[in-house]
Design a protein around this ligand. Structure first.
Ligand SMILES: C[S@@+](CC[C@H](N)C(=O)[O-])C[C@H]1O[C@@H](n2cnc3c(N)ncnc32)[C@H](O)[C@@H]1O
Length: 180
């Protein structure tokens, strides 16, 4: 995520796989959740494709930046909510048809989300990369496989973040999933 949001009208800094997927999909009247939204790297792009987009993040400064820049992108359909997503989230998940989770992974949150969403909901997930200590947070192969059992996999790219003998330490991944 960029420390400060700057005007990116051609979405050069938005998630590449997300751009690709959105450009070949049709979402009539769909509602979207961007969680956590950060300061809006993807949210303005999402606002061009969906009826309404809600961004959730713990960081109020980031959410204020999103609100501040809405005019520049002509994105009146964005709203933001400050919430710690590792606590109870005050949102009706049933209103969303598409959920974007980019550069964030937390096992508890992923498991919580999986229980809250309707069948047919599409998730775009891009975890942090293997860089630095990220592997400590990322799922093991078996955790990921268990999570994936609840979804039809439309697309997935995995990167193994090192291994000890035959044991894969953790997986960084980008996926487009449909809830079964
Ligand atoms: C690397 S940024 C990714 C933001 C955005 N999705 C993107 O791709 O640019 C991670 C974000 O997670 C948010 N975050 C971290 N822990 C959180 C929590 N417990 N609840 C809500 N947001 C959280 C941070 O404030 C930050 O904006």
């Amino acid at each position: 995520m960029l420390k400060k949001h700057f005007f990116d009208p051609d979405f050069k800094f938005a998630s590449k796989e997300l751009i690709k997927f959105l450009s070949v999909s049709k979402f009539n009247n769909y509602n979207c959740l961007d969680i956590p939204s950060g300061n809006g790297r993807n949210i303005y792009l999402l606002s061009k494709y969906f009826n309404k987009v809600i961004g959730v993040d713990i960081n109020k400064t980031y959410l204020d930046e999103i609100e501040l820049n809405k005019g520049k992108y002509k994105s009146k359909n964005i709203s933001t909510i400050q919430n710690d997503i590792l606590e109870e989230i005050s949102l009706d998940f049933k209103q969303f048809d598409f959920i974007c989770i980019s550069h964030f992974y937390n096992r508890l949150f992923f498991n919580y989300l999986e229980t809250k969403i309707n069948s047919g909901v599409i998730l775009y997930i891009e975890t942090p990369t293997c860089r630095g200590c990220n592997y400590l947070e990322l799922p093991t192969e078996s955790e990921l496989n268990l999570f994936l059992e609840s979804f039809n996999i439309l697309k997935i790219k995995k990167n193994i973040c090192g291994s000890e003998g035959n044991i894969v330490k953790s997986i960084s991944f980008t996926a487009i999933l449909e809830k079964k």
